[in-house]
Design a protein. Structure first.
Length: 224
């Protein structure tokens, strides 16, 4: 599967097969789980990380040049950590007394509204229930929004305003990475992103912790 698609999709297939045969084994339908012990593939050395965090410059450039709808979508993703699908479902009613109210994994979450997000949403035309809408006033389907985002991203890339491999989902990584760099612990980050698995959160805190320790170490020997 890896040569046809990529290593990440191969690992996903392995996980699905493993889950199916785990259930089958428990039901005595299969004698064993053939996925057990099969090692996962790793990214090739030097491969670009998927959904990398956005830099501050990239975020500012994308927000500045975007039309009101795209600006609102990017701002919601950048300042709440919502997934793309949740951003497209975002309604004006989810703004509540200075908070963004949302449901993630069947739990209601309240996230304080970032001051920049407040300014952008206040300036966004309110015509229907949903915030991110197409020219017909309807909420975007994911494929339609992805097409629009891809077109806008390519324009900004050609203009030299952003770097390569920028994705909308990278905004979610941006939020978590910024919080980790600022010293937030795993539970604090999860309170924003809604992650249930702490192992996912540690992908961000691990790098941030290394940076803080390395900075402290250099300061010990840099006396100039």
């Amino acid at each position: 599967m890896a040569p046809k698609r990529n290593w990440r999709f191969s690992n996903y297939c392995l996980a699905v097969i493993g889950r199916v045969f785990s259930v089958a084994k428990n039901l005595d339908i299969a004698p064993s789980n053939p996925a057990t012990g099969v090692p996962k593939l790793k990214a090739a050395p030097g491969a670009k990380k998927a959904d990398r965090p956005w830099t501050d410059g990239e975020l500012n450039a994308m927000l500045t040049a975007a039309d009101p709808v795209m600006r609102a979508a990017i701002a919601i993703g950048a300042y709440t950590g919502m997934r793309e699908g949740d951003v497209l479902k975002f309604t004006w009613g989810m703004r509540w007394l200075g908070y963004i109210r949302q449901n993630k994994t069947d739990e209601e979450l309240f996230i304080p509204e970032h001051s920049r997000l407040t300014k952008i949403l206040d300036a966004t035309p309110k015509t229907v229930t949903f915030v991110v809408i197409n020219t017909r006033g309807k909420p975007y389907a994911e494929t339609g929004f992805q097409t629009m985002f891809h077109r806008y991203r390519e324009e900004m890339l050609k203009a030299g305003k952003i770097g390569a491999s920028l994705t909308f989902h990278g905004l979610r990584h941006t939020v978590a990475t910024k919080l980790a760099d600022a010293g937030a612990d795993d539970k604090t980050i999860a309170a924003i992103t809604g992650h249930k698995s702490m192992s996912q959160i540690r992908r961000y805190t691990r790098t941030a912790s290394q940076k803080r320790r390395a900075t402290a170490a250099i300061r010990l020997i840099d006396t100039d």
